[in-house]
Design a protein around this ligand. Structure first.
Ligand SMILES: NC(=O)c1ccc[n+]([C@@H]2O[C@H](COP(=O)([O-])OP(=O)(O)OC[C@H]3O[C@@H](n4cnc5c(N)ncnc54)[C@H](OP(=O)(O)O)[C@@H]3O)[C@@H](O)[C@H]2O)c1
Length: 331
């Protein structure tokens, strides 16, 4: 496994990060613990969770905590082997202080996460979503406090665009606070709206750790036009978490699969290897249900992606922000 730098943190992370959003359901506790141990044995040293993750039973405002508890049990005697990331912001109850990026919520939730994770430090504490009601300076001051207290080692952002990341860097510099080291954005062959932010992250040493690089499993080749989805797949078990399977989507999926076949690479590996060609990437946050899926992801990290496929994929799955450059041309 060739490890990559996580932004300016100095941490070396595996190019595949183990996602835990489905821990609890459909991945039951005992299986999830085995999956974490198996992933570590395969060289993965980066685990991503969130205070709200509790698998398919999650609804907006439900208390969460299940995935963190499972991760805590799994890492009880392997804590030093992983860079552990968790998140704060999403609602964990009905009350006004049960959500968001106020100091009150952050300071309460960091302690709850630490207890569930059975650890006294979080390697990477991520603000899960922007909170339009709270000035970023207030949030950054609270994050500085948890770093100073030793509860958190590094901070990161998720679902923030380059302008918001820029403001965070500026506030850190202005106040002598810790810089953010990572950005977790949605990113896959099918979802590229943050693509134009990658150069910003690279220039400012923010490691990009995209989530859903398989677009919830759509890019794994298991869904076929006109065929019933496999029974143990996400589309069958939790359709609300996957895009509708329509003709436009299948046109793209079939095009990608043709290219993957040409490269003699299984579709899931092909999609992940493509994402890893983006130089801003530190690690892809991949969801897995079984160890063979983890093995697939790990294999992708060692592939040499055919560079002549990049432009063909750009025309098949264009980034919405691709700008013509009359001076320097396409690349
Ligand atoms: N920051 C955020 O806002 C945010 C949002 C969402 C997710 N995340 C993070 O990103 C992680 C990944 O998200 P995700 O699980 O939704 O997306 P994903 O990684 O794109 O999709 C994972 C799903 O694809 C299927 N799969 C994976 N590998 C496969 C393979 N080799 N062959 C066939 N099927 C395969 C599995 O589902 P089935 O087998 O059930 O079909 C698996 O659960 C989460 O666990 C979480 O840590 C973060």
């Amino acid at each position: 496994m060739k490890y990559r730098m996580l932004g300016s943190s100095g941490l070396l992370v595996s190019p595949i990060c183990l996602g835990t959003m489905t821990f609890g359901e459909p991945v039951a506790e005992a299986d999830a613990i085995k999956l974490i141990h198996g992933a570590i044995d395969l060289g993965i040293n980066f685990v991503d969770t969130a205070n709200v993750y509790e698998g398919y039973k999650r609804f907006l405002g439900s208390p969460g905590g299940t995935a963190e508890e499972i991760v805590g049990k799994a890492l009880a005697d392997r804590r030093d082997q992983v860079v552990l990331a968790t998140k704060v912001c999403a609602p964990v109850g009905p009350g006004p202080q049960d959500r968001g990026l106020s100091a009150s919520h952050i300071l309460r939730e960091v302690d709850r996460s630490l207890a569930r994770l059975r650890t006294d430090y979080i390697d990477l504490y991520i603000i899960h979503w922007p909170d339009k009601h709270v000035p970023l300076e207030t949030t950054m001051a609270a994050l500085e406090q948890v770093v100073r207290q030793g509860k958190v080692r590094y901070i990161g952002a998720s679902n923030h665009n380059a302008a918001q990341l820029c403001e965070m860097l500026w506030l850190a510099e202005k106040n002598g606070w810790p810089r953010i080291v990572s950005s977790q954005i949605p990113f896959s062959l099918l979802r590229r709206e943050f693509h134009h932010d990658l150069p910003f992250c690279e220039r400012h040493s923010i490691g990009v750790t995209p989530y859903q690089p398989l677009q919830g499993g759509l890019l794994t080749g298991k869904y076929k036009r006109g065929k019933t989805p496999p029974g143990n797949s996400r589309v069958a078990e939790k359709p609300a978490w996957v895009w509708p399977l329509d003709d436009r989507l299948f046109d793209q999926l079939e095009g990608i699969e043709t290219l993957a076949n040409e490269a003699q690479t299984p579709p899931a590996q092909y999609a992940l290897a493509w994402a890893l060609t983006q130089t801003a990437m530190s690690s892809l946050v991949v969801g897995t249900k079984r160890i063979d899926q983890v093995q697939d992801a790990v294999a992708a990290a060692d592939l040499d992606f055919p560079t002549d496929h990049l432009e063909r994929l750009d025309s098949l799955c264009p980034s919405p922000w691709q700008q013509p450059d009359p001076i320097r041309g396409a690349s």
